[in-house]
Every structure is written in structure tokens, then in C-alpha cells.
Ligand binder design. Structure first.
Ligand code: GLV
Ligand code: GLV
Length: 322
């Protein structure tokens, strides 16, 4: 039997090669523009396996249009773009790429913390515009990270990787998580568990690392933002809708908080109008896992999950319990 794999957007080669070596027929959409949903559905209909991207809305309609598909391997750790319940109903496995992008994403969270706190992007622009006429005592003053309190919202793999970096920078760590972590892990990071409200109040920096679920939609809403210190900075490298972006924009615009770093947006790729005009924000195009090494490992991982299914095993990164 020929196993047909449809890849909705071109990904690094490694996994594609592995699938071909395993005898799969791999159909990779190579266009630059995203495939319209109807076309995606058409090309996916006869595929035994799909490799999807986090921006593909694999909703109930899509899932129910699949005729032969046994596995949807999402090329991402987050899988809020897939109707997992519908897939489960139809006996289709859904897998993700946990673990391999933890360090790369933690790096981007930290890069944003530093970039906002030290006004890196603004300062770069200033030099390019020929405005640098010499050292000045008050030129581009920002905030220290050293000695400050970092609030980590979502203390999973990525949150903990950020905590390791923060320790090296001499920060105090507080965190909030759905479930409190075992004491030995808290001790490892000198991390103190707080309610989300407390965390918002005491943190100088806040970084978001929760998945997007019904429970975390607008977890950081206007009310939570209003608890932040006027000198505080918030960074989101998780999923846009975890934060009420309009409320955050208003707080930034009115100077109620000091700054924010975005790698993700509530209505990605759209920004809340006006966000791009603010100086106290750094805006990235969802590049948390965008390193050569990580994207290659993610490619390998989606392939391994598909090969698991071809060979009659339960895929290693199944996102739901059977
Ligand atoms: C990226 O956002 C991912 O979920 O992998
Ligand atoms: C991602 O790897 C996470 O679950 O934190």
C-alpha cells in the first residue's frame, strides 16, 4: 500500500526525506501564498497522513472531509488550530512537536525581554537614522533585569527553560501554573508559586507560556493588566488570544505599563490597529522556534510520528489520551 502524505506548506527537508525513504508518496505544497482552505481540503482528502501548520484551521468541517487520514501531524507544539475532539471522534491521531523547540522559544522570550527593557530596536533605528551624535548620560535609558522579579505564567517545559535563563541573569522568579509544581522543581528555580493576580502585581517582567485553550483565552484581560506596575513589561511568545490585545494596547498607549514584546498576536497576522505606532513595543512575526536546528528537529519529529502510525504503533507525540 502506498502511503500518501500531504504537507500543507513546505518545511525543512529532513522529515520529508525520511518519509520518502520509508516509501511514502509525499505531496508538498510549494507555493509561497497560503493554500485557500477549499484547496487544502481537496488535496488532503485522499491523504493517509497530513503535516499541518499552526495557521491551518483544521476545524470540524476539515476533519470530517478527510476520507483516509489516520494522522494529522501538526508542525508545532501548540495545536489549538486543530479540532482535536472531532479528530478523536473519527479515530484520527493528532500529534505535535513538544520538547524540541523549548530552548529556541525560551531564547526568543528572553530576547524580547531584553529588547524591550533595553530599547534595542528603537536604539538601532536611531543609529540607522543618523541621529547618534555622541554618548549622553540619559540616552535610551531602560530597565535592569538584574535583581528584578520575573513572573512566569505557565511553568511547563518552555516556562522552566525561561526560568533557567532568568537565574543566570540574577532575577527572582515567581510563577503561576494550572497546577503547582513539586517542591523540588520550585527549589531548583528558587521559584515561588503565586495566584495570577499576585503575580501580576509583584512582577517587573511577565512572560506567557501557556497553551491556548478555552481556559486560557484572555487569561490576561484588562483587569489583570490593570494590576501591573507602571514600570512592568509583558512578553508573549505563546499564543496571542491568551492576552486581550486591545486591553494591552490601551495600557501601553496610556503609559499604564512600561512596554511589551510580541511574538504572537490575537488575530494573527493582523495587529491591533495602532500597535505598530508605539515605541514601547517590540513586534516579531511568530519566530519562537525559528532556528535552523529546531525547525529541522520539528521536521524529523512529524515524520517519526507518521512512521509510527505506518508501522502500526501509536504515534509518540499523540496529544490526547486514548
Ligand atoms: C509555535 O508557536 C508552536 O506552537 O510550535
Ligand atoms: C512546550 O514544549 C511546553 O509544553 O512548554
Amino acid at each position: 500500500m502506498i502511503v500518501r502524505v500531504f504537507v500543507t506548506y513546505d518545511i525543512p527537508d529532513k522529515g520529508i526525506k525520511m518519509l520518502i525513504e520509508h516509501g511514502c508518496e509525499v505531496d508538498v505544497y510549494k507555493g509561497e501564498e497560503f493554500l485557500p482552505k477549499e484547496e487544502m481540503i481537496k488535496r488532503a482528502a485522499d491523504a493517509d497522513a497530513l503535516i499541518t501548520q499552526l495557521r491551518d484551521q483544521v476545524d470540524r468541517e476539515f476533519v470530517y472531509s478527510l476520507k483516509k487520514t489516520k494522522i494529522i501531524a501538526n508542525y508545532a507544539v501548540g495545536y489549538n488550530n486543530i479540532d482535536v475532539d472531532a479528530a478523536k471522534e473519527r479515530g484520527i491521531y493528532v500529534t505535535n512537536t513538544p520538547g524540541v523547540l523549548t530552548e529556541a522559544t525560551a531564547d526568543i522570550a528572553f530576547a524580547l525581554l531584553l529588547a524591550v527593557a533595553r530599547r534595542i530596536v528603537e536604539a538601532d533605528r536611531f543609529v540607522r537614522e543618523g541621529k547618534f551624535v555622541g554618548w549622553k548620560p540619559k540616552l535610551f535609558l531602560g530597565y535592569d533585569l538584574f535583581g528584578k522579579t520575573l513572573g512566569i505564567v505557565g511553568m511547563g517545559r518552555i516556562g522552566q527553560a525561561v526560568a533557567r535563563r532568568a537565574l543566570g541573569f540574577g532575577m527572582n522568579i515567581v510563577y503561576h501554573n494550572r497546577r503547582r509544581l513539586p517542591e523540588h522543581i520550585e527549589r531548583q528555580y528558587h521559584a515561588k508559586y503565586l495566584s495570577l493576580e499576585e503575580l501580576m502585581k509583584v512582577s517587573d517582567f511577565i512572560t506567557i507560556h501557556t497553551p491556548l485553550t478555552k481556559e486560557t483565552y484572555h487569561l490576561i484581560d484588562g483587569e489583570k493588566i490593570s494590576l501591573m506596575k507602571p514600570t512592568a513589561i509583558l512578553v508573549n511568545t505563546a499564543r496571542g488570544p491568551v492576552v486581550d490585545e486591545q486591553a494591552l494596547y490601551e495600557a501601553l498607549k496610556e503609559g499604564r505599563i512600561a512596554g511589551a514584546g510580541f511574538d504572537v498576536y490575537e488575530n494573527e497576522p493582523e495587529l491591533t490597529p495602532g500597535l505598530e505606532k508605539l515605541n514601547n513595543v517590540v513586534l516579531l512575526p511568530h519566530i519562537g522556534s525559528a532556528t535552523y536546528e529546531t525547525r529541522e528537529r520539528m521536521s524529523e519529529m512529524v515524520a517519526l510520528n507518521i512512521i509510527d502510525v505506518m508501522e502500526g504503533r501509536i504515534p509518540r507525540n499523540l496529544v490526547y489520551e486514548i
